[in-house]
Design a protein. Structure first.
Length: 55
């Protein structure tokens, strides 16, 4: 096994890891936010919903 084979396996492992992280993030975002909020065109609406302060 030469260096290029090891780098190829490492690249595939990183690709699988990033794909898994994207899937976990998709599930987390889907369960945290409403679909209507995610598809809204109002800029900053998610941040405003997360940062509501009461005085």
């Amino acid at each position: 096994m030469d260096t290029w084979d090891i780098l190829e396996y490492a690249a595939w492992a990183l690709s699988a890891m990033f794909g898994l992280l994207m899937l976990i993030d998709l599930i987390r975002i889907d369960t945290t936010y409403d679909n209507e909020l995610l598809t809204s065109s109002r800029e900053g609406e998610i941040e405003a919903a997360a940062e509501r302060h009461t005085l």
